[in-house]
Design a protein around this ligand. Structure first.
Ligand code: AMP
Ligand code: MG
Length: 348
């Protein structure tokens, strides 16, 4: 791959926005801020531009992309048979961290949908990014702007770390507000199905939809040869190089469990409230257990901070409960490859 000179642009500068739009129009890749995570953006209707995304990330070609639009009505250019429920969700949650899967129109290239006959669409909340989409005049295909399989990027610096030399530019819009990828709901079948939890909670979706199935990939591990709705759901995700082990149980049992195993090759990822229990072990907190949104915002950044060659094992604490904690649990479970140990059993 030819080394590019990756330029850092500012999302709050009009000239920089225009420059980013020109790059998208000419088939180049631009790292873009959104309220969820940073995206690796390209013209979603341009086959060779979309192919560059897969190459830059090292992303398997059977993992489909999300198309980002600047206003809800653009759904009609890209999808057909949009159910009433789709418009209701758009009205309630767009612009925002919700992606809908709908039947794709032929204008959407197969490389974007990974050969599926459905397409994922989102109207992001970040105003500068909607402006960029408008200036580019095309929907922007954007997966998370991390190297495939690694924790997602929530700052422009993270994007530079993973993508320097591989993309034309990065639009710096500061740290992402939500910090986890969008909630994905599939509206292409008989019943709405939650494919990925995120900033919009299952409870909020149920309020509008009245019914919601939860795809089994959300709750458990998918065999590598299993047939899934979105092929991307089966891949290892969000994982640092170190092995992540979730330690379940109450705070004191978990701290004792970790202390018994601690050495210079281990790291601790916990809640603000538990920092004092790990004194002397150099713990890293990713937010407050009482505030799930803070955990969403802090998780990927903390996993990246702990991703050092000398660290072989990360012992992590995971929140319980619904709402945004549900999305945090989903990401952490996947980062850990569903490796969960019980601190209590260890003490018995
Ligand atoms: P990323 O942007 O890296 O978080 O990945 C986008 C994710 O959106 C994919 O991994 C899929 O899980 C999902 N997705 C995209 N398009 C579709 C689709 N047509 N049907 C189902 N899921 C999709
Ligand atoms: Mg991703």
């Amino acid at each position: 791959m030819i080394e590019l000179n990756t330029v850092m642009l500012r999302a709050d500068n009009e000239q920089d926005l225009s420059r980013a739009a020109e790059l998208i129009k000419s088939g180049e890749l631009v790292g873009i801020p959104t309220e969820t995570v940073y995206g690796l953006g390209a013209d979603g209707l341009n086959v060779s531009a979309v192919a560059k995304i897969f190459k830059a990330k090292g992303r398997p070609s059977d993992n489909p992309l999300i198309l980002h639009i600047s206003e809800p009505s653009q759904m009609e250019q890209l999808c057909h048979d949009i159910p009433e429920k789709g418009w209701l969700l758009a009205k309630k949650f767009w612009p925002g961290p919700l992606t809908m899967v709908l039947p794709a129109k032929p204008i959407v290239p197969k490389v974007t949908t990974a050969n599926l006959d459905t397409v994922a669409i989102r109207c992001p909340k970040t105003e500068s990014t909607r402006k960029l989409i408008e200036l580019a005049g095309v929907p922007i295909a954007a997966p998370s702007a991390n190297a495939s399989g690694k924790p997602s990027t929530t700052t422009a610096e993270h994007v530079l770390h993973d993508m320097d030399g591989r993309i034309a530019a990065i639009l710096d819009g500061g740290a992402c507000e939500v910090g986890l990828e969008s909630t994905i709901v599939d509206l292409s079948g008989n019943k709405p199905v939650l494919l990925r939890p995120g900033g919009i909670t299952p409870e909020e979706l149920l309020d509008v939809l009245g019914e919601l199935e939860i795809d089994k990939a959300v709750l458990g591990q998918i065999d590598s040869d299993a047939v899934v709705r979105a092929p991307g759901m089966k891949y290892k995700h969000y994982a640092p190089n170190a092995e992540v082990i979730i330690v379940s149980g109450n705070a004191n049992d978990a701290a004792s469990y970790v202390r018994r195993r601690y050495n210079e090759q281990t790291a601790v990822l916990c809640f603000d409230e538990e920092l004092s229990l790990y004194e002397g072990l150099n713990p890293t907190s990713y937010g407050s257990e009482e505030d799930s949104m803070s955990l969403c915002a802090g998780l990927f950044s903390a996993l990246r901070t702990l991703d050092k060659p000398e660290i072989h094992t990360i012992y992590a604490r995971c929140p319980s409960g619904g709402g945004a904690a549900y999305a945090v649990r989903n990401r952490l479970n996947k980062a850990a490859g569903f490796c969960i140990v019980s601190a209590k059993e260890d003490t018995e």
